[in-house]
Design a protein around this ligand. Structure first.
Ligand SMILES: Nc1nc2c(c(=O)[nH]1)N[C@H]1C(S)=C(S)[C@@H](COP(=O)(O)O)O[C@H]1N2
Ligand SMILES: [Mo]
Length: 341
């Protein structure tokens, strides 16, 4: 393979000194903070379980985290696609039949500067299916679109963060979540309630949910992700560059994921793409797939580690620069710098 065609992510910038409109601590060893967002550092995922811990989960904010009070919080349901308006309190929401799901939330910009690959996390979400919530208000036969709006500050010139789902998706597997990994949603992740939309760009998972409109006509989607094509990606749970001792067995670990479904195969190259070995992975995991592979480096010096995955639809990570969308390559095989010493 042509080594010049590999995509090398830029170094993750250090924690910026200016305003951080995020509530939770963003220690430098866990996050690369930039503006209103914070990317998870992949080396901090080493040794973690299947789920991204809440204190390590990336944050993508358009303005800042609002501190909302669950007691005065209301979820307003309205629109000509419903039999009538309906207002739900937090207590009422918590009393509805709940579901728990492992779902990845990934920013549509993940894999591009300045995210690196740190704009993804997997959590165990608990909440009420949006279907159950909407049916309280009665869905009319002509309903087509569902607009969810957040209670955070409006974005200059664009209004409140909001996102449209077609009714079929809204009624399928979307959750109004109030728990993340077994605890009440943290403020940064949407307290007291957020949408969790499996398989869609992160922006669809509207945080601090306050308003849901169901309409019989198509609605505008001003915050739609620029890229919606599901992509396959892989990341090593290692710092950049990784320092690995010469001549000793080392277990390389990472995770792969696909917006379109499960991962079928992961291969790793420790020699710049000349040879590939199959990594071991758990089967049947859906949100993402952890994998590992032993490596005993026999040559001193700098090199690159590569990981490539194929999903159940046969989609594989591209090996060559795919220009186009914004001029970025966001799902290509990433060269992870390594120094054997
Ligand atoms: N209300 C609201 N919802 C939002 C956002 C926001 O800024 N405001 N950011 C979106 C984006 S761009 C992403 S990628 C995900 C990130 O979820 P997280 O911050 O819990 O990781 O939330 C989405 N939901
Ligand atoms: Mo995002």
């Amino acid at each position: 393979m042509d080594r010049t065609a590999l995509c090398t992510l830029g170094d993750i910038p250090p924690l910026s000194a200016h305003r951080r409109p995020i509530v939770k601590p963003l220690p430098h060893h866990l996050f690369a903070a930039h503006g209103a967002s914070a990317a998870t550092r992949w080396e901090a995922m080493a040794g973690q379980g299947y789920h991204t811990p809440n204190d390590l989960f990336f944050v993508a904010n358009h303005t800042g985290t609002p501190l909302l009070d669950a007691h005065s919080w209301r979820l307003r349901l309205h629109g000509d696609g419903l039999a009538g308006p309906r207002v739900l309190t937090y207590t009422e929401l918590r009393r509805l039949p709940a579901r728990t799901m492992d779902v990845a939330i990934e920013c549509a910009d993940n894999g591009r500067p300045p995210w690196g690959l740190g704009g993804i996390g997997v959590a165990r979400w608990r909440g009420v299916p949006l279907r159950t919530v909407l049916s309280l208000a009665g869905i009319r036969p002509g309903a087509v679109d569902v607009l969810a709006t957040g209670l955070d500050d409006p974005v200059d010139g664009r209004g409140h963060v909001r996102h449209v789902l077609p009714l079929a998706k809204a009624l399928d597997d979307v959750l109004v979540a109030y728990e993340m990994n077994g605890v009440t949603l943290p403020p940064d992740h949407g307290y007291p309630a957020r949408l969790v939309v499996p398989g869609w760009a992160g922006i669809a998972s509207v945080k601090w949910l306050g308003d849901v409109e169901v309409s019989t006509g198509p609605l505008d989607n001003p915050f739609a992700a620029r890229v919606t094509t599901p992509s396959v990606k892989s990341a090593f749970e290692l710092p950049r560059p990784a320092r690995i001792p010469l001549g000793r067995r080392h277990v390389l670990r990472g995770r792969s994921w696909s917006g379109a479904g499960g991962i079928a195969k992961i291969e790793v190259s420790t020699d710049g793409g000349h040879s590939w070995r199959k990594a071991f992975h758990r089967r049947g995991t859906r949100a993402w797939t952890p994998w590992h592979l032993e490596w005993c480096p026999r040559e001193k010096g700098p090199g690159v580690l590569l990981a490539r995955a194929v999903d159940h639809n046969g989609y594989r990570q591209p090996e060559i620069m795919a220009y186009g969308k914004m001029g970025y390559l966001f799902d290509a095989i990433v060269a992870h710098p390594v120094i054997v010493e």
